[in-house]
Design a protein. Structure first.
Length: 406
């Protein structure tokens, strides 16, 4: 098939330089899981649009890649807000990783799970060959019948699991919307379904997704560490709320997403893509994470555009990456933990859909605003740092209306 549009050689050189610089900047970020996420994400995005044919879309993606490079450069040069944005993307506080942690389409992973179990269960039994229940399940098993029979677009959204209901209520959102009541005729079923789906999208966008127990303890260790990022992190046993009880084999280092028997593709040509967005978060992926780059940094950036003349300078000088101090790193992890809810009791596969279990939502003790650790008390001896809710524990009306009695 002939292409409708093809970049010139100077465009190809510019895109390769942009791709290489994104990988280099990603390798300088201080967090190991974020480094791996940025590297894998850049590889996948450039491969997806490597043979693109739409001119406007390719130009848009090149512009987006340039913006991401600027964000990476600011994050590696003491811009805490840019670094926090990357941490939130990697740990599922926003973006596509959050969507995969929260929702799961059972129809898109069923066949992948079956094929993977058949070809790998005989050789590797270190993890279960099934996909467990996530917080929000979308599939034929949980899909309610449509409000109008045989009209699929009138089907309401599936019910929320009890843990997700607790998270929605904790975010001060209503579980069900208040539907309007027309004065002269009943509300149309299609309109009812649209209102229900709109409300479901709104409340899910306001919910923070809990992290598995291994990642929660790892972030708590990083938020209170004293030895540095290279300190060992204790890995908990298989407890309630652990990765394997929530996401099964998703993100496992051995789950490459490739089918061992290529003949299966002939039987099922529309085999869904595996969810590889979680590979950097899996507890057993520590040995496969991208290492921190310590080599010499080039001080010149890429050209400002593909149309820059060869006689012009290659780009503006770029400062080398600057390391964050240990206290700044701890505070960033503590800010990240502020958006990680903790469910009590910890959800597990057997009780995820049990309506008799009542869940409470809390937060970690290592979040911003909690107790100040001993490592951060130096030079602050004259302040009272042991108040549980600093700045938030004032009673309403305190200090007001103190008139003379009598």
């Amino acid at each position: 098939m002939n292409r409708e549009f093809m970049f010139s050689p100077q465009h190809r050189i510019y895109v390769l330089l942009l791709y290489k610089r994104i990988l280099v900047e990603s390798s300088y970020f201080f967090d190991d899981r974020t480094r791996t996420y940025l590297t894998l994400r850049a590889r996948q995005r450039f491969r997806d649009y490597k043979n693109g044919e739409l001119k406007d879309r390719l130009k848009k993606k090149v512009a987006e890649a340039r913006k991401e490079l600027n964000l990476l450069q600011r994050a590696n040069r003491s811009d805490i807000e840019a670094a926090m944005h990357l941490l939130e993307l990697a740990y599922g506080r926003k973006g596509k990783v959050r969507h995969v942690l929260l929702e799961m389409d059972t129809t898109s992973i069923a066949s992948t799970t079956i094929h993977y179990s058949i070809h790998h269960s005989k050789h590797n039994t270190s993890f279960p060959p099934t996909i467990n229940q996530p917080y929000y399940i979308v599939g034929p098993a949980t899909r309610p019948p449509p409000l109008v029979e045989h009209v699929r677009h009138t089907a309401p959204p599936p019910p929320l699991s009890p843990p997700l209901q607790a998270l929605v209520l904790h975010a001060n959102k209503k579980l069900q919307p208040v539907l309007p009541i027309p004065p002269h005729k009943p509300l149309h079923p299609g309109r009812t379904a649209n209102l229900l789906w709109g409300h479901r999208t709104k409340i899910l966008s306001a919910v923070n997704v809990p992290l598995p127990l291994e990642l929660l303890r790892e972030l708590e260790h990083k938020a209170t560490m004293k030895e540095g990022l290279s300190a060992p992190v204790p890995v908990p046993a298989n407890e309630d709320g652990a990765w394997v009880t929530l996401y099964g084999i998703l993100g496992h280092p051995a789950h490459t997403g490739r089918i061992a028997n290529r003949e299966l593709l002939k039987l099922e040509p529309e085999l869904p893509k595996p969810k590889l967005e979680l590979s950097h978060l899996h507890p057993e992926a520590k040995s496969s994470l991208i290492p921190l780059r310590t080599s010499r940094f080039r001080t010149w950036s890429i050209p400002p555009s593909p149309y820059a003349y060869p006689s012009e300078p290659p780009g503006e000088p770029v400062q080398p990456p600057q390391e964050y101090c240990l206290r700044q790193v701890r505070r960033m992890y503590a800010r990240l933990l502020r958006d990680v809810p903790v469910l009590t009791p910890a959800p597990r596969m057997g009780t995820m859909l049990d309506k008799n279990v009542r869940y409470m939502v809390g937060e970690s003790n290592a979040t911003v605003g909690a107790m100040v650790g001993e490592a951060d008390r130096y030079g602050l001896e004259g302040l009272n740092l042991d108040i549980e809710m600093r700045g938030k524990g004032k009673e309403k009306g305190k200090g007001k209306g103190k008139g003379k009695s009598g």
